[in-house]
Design a protein around this ligand. Structure first.
Ligand code: C2E
Ligand code: CA
Ligand code: CA
Ligand code: CA
Length: 279
């Protein structure tokens, strides 16, 4: 009825109003967090199946707000929509690059993976900023050549596919610097296996939704095995995300995946914990 329609409309506008207020509040808090350095980095080890060693870690951003940690899944989208992600990203990269040098003092050849927001990958200008900010930090940090080859830039799949030509250019620039490039959350977007050969890549990270449904589904097993075989034939490293239990580890091994990240081995941890672990 008309009445229902009006109520629903009222509900939606109220909801939108609340969302907008919430977004504004979080934006202000994020701005403050940057100024007060209320962000932290966590590190989640990635294990090589064949050697059992930790070869690298993924850098994961943490925001401690009024005593509790807020998930990046909640605040990154807001940082993106307000543009603040550029500064936050810059901060993450600088801290991660410092951490990499520190970790390599203990374990030469150790690597770090960092997440780069879709937003920063979006326009030519931002993408140039991204390359430039990484170069600037490297110059700041050391007079020696920076070990770019030990850094992986993770970019989610959904974004890449939106602009093939531009994405290929951007990825090429990053790789020309010596950085490695990974497709994150592989399989969650409109994946096409042809992307694997079309894009200049070094690694794919198979999304945890594939790994975690793995126990019962034979088709899933076939799919993940095929993706892994193809990727490896193309010279790409394959990482399984979200491995929590032994069953999932077995699945991953059966599929021929070499690198594993997940609670089964390690949860995200502080830098000092990681240092102890790899020394
Ligand atoms: P992601 O890049 O896919 O990161 C992996 C997420 O899976 C992390 O969540 C990690 O804690 C979680 N995870 C790892 N192992 C397991 C497991 O065995 N089981 C389960 N259930 N989860 C596992 P987190 O740290 O909450 O990060 C969420 C997302 O936020 C990330 O997803 C990434 O998209 C984004 N993010 C995190 N840090 C940054 C950052 O510095 N910059 C940007 N742009 N995005 C970030
Ligand atoms: Ca990631
Ligand atoms: Ca992921
Ligand atoms: Ca994700």
């Amino acid at each position: 009825s008309k009445e229902e329609g009006r109520n629903r409309f009222h509900f939606f506008t109220q909801q939108m109003q609340q969302d907008a207020e919430r977004t504004a509040v979080i934006h202000t808090a994020l701005r403050l967090a940057l100024d007060l350095e209320a962000f932290e980095l966590n590190f989640q080890p990635i294990v090589s199946i064949s050697t059992g060693e930790i070869v690298r870690a993924e850098v994961l951003l943490r925001w401690k707000h009024e005593g509790t940690y807020i998930s990046p899944e909640h605040f990154i989208p807001i940082a993106e929509s307000s543009g603040l992600i550029v500064e936050i990203g810059q901060w993450v990269r600088k801290e991660a690059m410092k951490a990499l040098l520190e970790l390599q003092q203990i374990n030469l050849g150790f690597g770090l993976s960092i997440n780069v927001s879709m937003y920063e990958f979006w326009s030519h200008e931002l993408q140039d900023n991204l390359v430039k900010s990484i170069e600037d930090i490297a110059v700041d940090l050391t007079t020696n050549p920076f070990p770019f080859e030990s850094m992986v830039i993770e970019i989610t799949e959904s974004l890449l596919m939106k602009n093939n030509h531009h994405s290929i250019q951007s990825l090429t620039k990053l790789r020309d610097m010596g950085l490695k490039v990974a497709i994150d959350d592989f399989g969650t977007g409109f994946s096409s296996l042809s992307y694997l050969s079309k894009f200049p890549l070094d690694q794919i990270k198979i999304d945890k939704s594939f790994i975690q449904q793995s126990d019962s589904d034979i088709k899933q097993q076939a799919l993940v095995t095929a993706i892994t075989t193809l990727s490896q034939a193309l010279g790409l490293d394959v990482v399984a995300e979200g491995v929590e239990i032994e069953l999932e580890l077995d699945f991953v091994k059966q599929a021929g995946i070499e690198f594993v990240q997940g609670y089964y081995f390690y949860k995200p941890m502080s830098k000092s914990e990681l240092k102890t672990l790899i020394s």
